[in-house]
Design a protein around this ligand. Structure first.
Ligand code: 4NP
Length: 156
């Protein structure tokens, strides 16, 4: 398998996309494929640039054994050259990525996270920022499911 570079993208890069990065990273590590994948995350807004993931996301992640260490950063046009896949969490993220892409090749790198879901069938990964505990747990459930589907997509 050739080297795969994957960028998970949400709005603020402090909840969903760093969580997706953490879930996918653990799957890759559990399978000893650290040298095969490059994994990162980014946001469409830069207001949280340099910040750790949201404390509530970190808390719920830690209950399932994930340690989130990513620092928020905005998506750049250069990400469309460097990464093979840019995976958005909802339709606003997809629209934001499409507004940055400049070529058909760059547009072809944009994917929806839920297109890899296999057990659940959500329309999008909902933003947990303004909700309560259950929203964060739900995000992790959906991301664990979709990350398994994404990981499996590379093995056939
Ligand atoms: P995320 O959640 O896109 O999953 O990181 C959000 C975090 C911050 C904001 C919105 C969504 N915000 O508007 O500051």
């Amino acid at each position: 398998m050739s080297n795969k570079k994957i960028l998970f993208v949400c709005l603020g890069n402090i909840c969903r996309s760093p969580m997706a990065e953490g879930v996918f990273r653990r799957l890759v590590e559990e399978n000893g494929l650290e040298d095969t994948f490059e994994i990162d995350s980014a946001g469409l807004i830069s207001v949280h640039q340099g910040e750790m993931p949201d404390a509530r996301m970190c808390y719920h992640a830690s209950r399932r054994g994930y340690e989130l260490t990513h620092l928020s950063r905005p998506v750049t046009r250069a990400d469309f050259d460097h990464f093979d896949m840019l995976i958005g969490m909802d339709e606003k993220n997809i629209a934001g990525l499409e507004s940055i892409a400049r070529t058909d090749e760059q547009r072809s790198k944009i994917h929806r996270m839920v297109s890899f879901s296999h057990y659940f069938n959500p329309d999008y990964i909902p933003d947990p920022y303004y909700g309560g505990d259950q929203g964060f747990e739900n995000v992790i459930d959906l991301l664990e499911d979709a990350c398994e589907g994404l990981f499996a997509s590379f093995s056939h």
